[in-house]
Design a protein around this ligand. Sequence first.
Ligand code: DQA
Length: 148
Amino acid sequence: MVRTTVLVLNGPNLGRLGRRQPEIYGTTTYADLVERCRTWGDGLGLDIETRQTNHEGELVDWLNAAADDRVPVVLNAAAWTHYSYAVYDACAQLEATLVEVHLSDPEARPEVWRHTSLVTPHAATVVKGKGIDGYREALEFVAARVAG
Ligand code: DQA
């Protein structure tokens, strides 16, 4: 059986997971996240490629390639979620499933600028406030979609 590849794309500052404000984002490291996504994907019959960048254009390039290849995407665009029209436009071009994920619940946080998401209009679903487990839920959603 051909396994579906899913991109798990992470935006700025997420490479410091585990060290970055653990009271908000938890103590799981980015390396652990990569490993867990791989394991969760295995269990769901998905090949997972997890990436992180602090460079907006790099994320746009990855999203453009995902659009060309019709690859499902799980996206935590981090702060770009809230203000990047380039990410908005790139998400608009995706044809396969897009799931928006956040470790915290941005809407429940005090900074008003976190309450807007430019990814949500294009996402099939949003998983937020569930920490690292949110990525598992996002992959389960993609797997269910792929299964039809
Ligand atoms: C985040 C929430 C964003 O508001 C923030 O800028 C991040 C991480 C999350 O996963 O909770 O960098 O996307």
